[in-house]
Design a protein around this ligand. Structure first.
Ligand code: ACO
Length: 333
């Protein structure tokens, strides 16, 4: 068998729609307050896609930036993975739409659905194709137009989410760098805590499903909260156990951006100062699949990550799914 190759992120990019929806504006839409949203979640504003802007439109913009950052031509890409819970269509896949739009004429393309853990699932899946030597470059995108499946009359959910996309190019890196360890998990028994019950083959779209608002995202917030605060420490411990790297060696954790209280609690449990967790949910809210990549891109641009740093990315979300990966950063920034 061929030697397993080291795989890392060789380029990254992100895109958010222009329109900003502030907490103050939300106060005029539902019975909520800026004070409630900030104290319960940390979110102050989020971005909202235009009426004619779909998941693939955001994905393409992020992908083009990542290609440029990686100094890679679209035709060099062997595989495109789009992680999303808000695809343009059930089919064709959003990945295939992106493949066509960016001119990745040699790429395979498929969508991956692991909600807010999707960026981590996507990186790990893509990396394995390169590790075996079968592919050289893989484009992983997390893209969400969540505003299209939000019930804008439901204050329990509409204050939490936003739209955006992030993309990473994976390629072979120096030995000892790149993805060192990963852990992907699912707990399907909690599927009902976060779902979109209508529109699939279980409850095909009818006038009744629409009237009952079953095409909107539904969430049992406290159940998801309880799950997240144990899932994050569990998966981080799992990836560290597979290595000789200690939590104290970690320079930065880039978590899924859902709620600063979840991160605060997880930080305590793994005995890492909360300052080591990069957070930008204040400005983007929860962008599901896009959020970890959006935060990673911003952290890099703010010089929070340098070559040789150990970085953890950790996600949790619908499925339920959770998981993390440990990267030794290989790119000079
Ligand atoms: N404004 C004002 N009041 C509100 C709002 C709002 N926007 N939303 C809910 N409330 C009210 C509730 O009705 C409730 O009132 P009641 O006591 O009279 O019934 C009260 O506030 C408290 O509600 P709780 O649900 O107990 O609030 P909690 O402190 O649990 O915070 C939250 C809710 C923010 C949703 C929290 O549970 C959470 O963050 N959960 C995790 C959610 C998450 O991370 N989801 C994403 C996973 S990612 C993915 O895969 C998409």
């Amino acid at each position: 068998m061929a030697e397993i190759k080291s795989v890392g992120i060789i380029g990254i990019g992100s895109y958010v729609p222009e329109t900003i929806l502030t907490n103050e504006k939300l106060e005029t839409m539902v019975d909520t307050t800026d004070e409630w949203i900030v104290s319960r979640t940390g979110i102050k504003e989020r971005r909202i896609a235009k009426e004619d802007e779909a998941c693939s439109d955001l994905a393409v913009r992020a992908a083009l930036k990542a290609l440029e950052d990686a100094n890679t031509k679209p035709e060099e890409i062997d595989l495109i993975i789009v992680s999303t819970i808000t695809p343009d269509f059930a089919f064709p896949s959003t990945a295939a739409l992106v493949q066509d739009r960016i001119g990745a004429i040699n790429a395979a393309a498929f969508d991956l659905e692991a909600a807010c853990t999707g960026f981590v699932y996507g990186l790990v899946t893509g990396a394995n194709f390169i590790a075996t030597g079968m592919y050289k470059k893989v484009l992983v995108i997390g893209s969400e137009a969540l505003s299209k499946i939000i019930d804008w009359e439901d204050r329990n959910t509409c204050v939490l989410f936003g739209d955006g996309a992030s993309a990473a190019i994976l390629g072979e890196v120096e030995k000892g760098y790149g993805i060192i360890s990963y852990d992907l998990k699912a707990k399907g028994s909690g599927g009902e805590f976060l779902d979109q019950p209508g529109g699939g083959s279980r409850n095909p779209a009818t006038v009744k499903t629409i009237e009952n608002k079953m095409h909107f995202l539904k969430m049992k917030g406290q159940d998801v909260f309880k799950f997240a605060v144990t899932a994050i420490p569990e998966t981080i411990n799992n990836i560290l156990e597979k290595t000789d790297i200690n939590i104290k060696d970690i320079e930065l954790v880039v978590p899924h951006q859902a709620n600063y209280r979840i991160i605060g609690s997880a930080a305590k449990k793994i005995d890492l100062p909360v300052e080591k967790f990069y957070m930008n949910l204040e400005t983007y809210g929860n962008t599901s699949s896009a959020s970890i990549g959006l935060a990673l891109d911003e952290a890099i641009k703010k010089n929070k990550i340098k070559k040789d740093d150990y970085i953890i990315m950790v996600g949790f979300g619908a499925g339920l799914t959770y998981g993390s990966c440990l990267i030794k950063w290989s790119k000079e920034v």
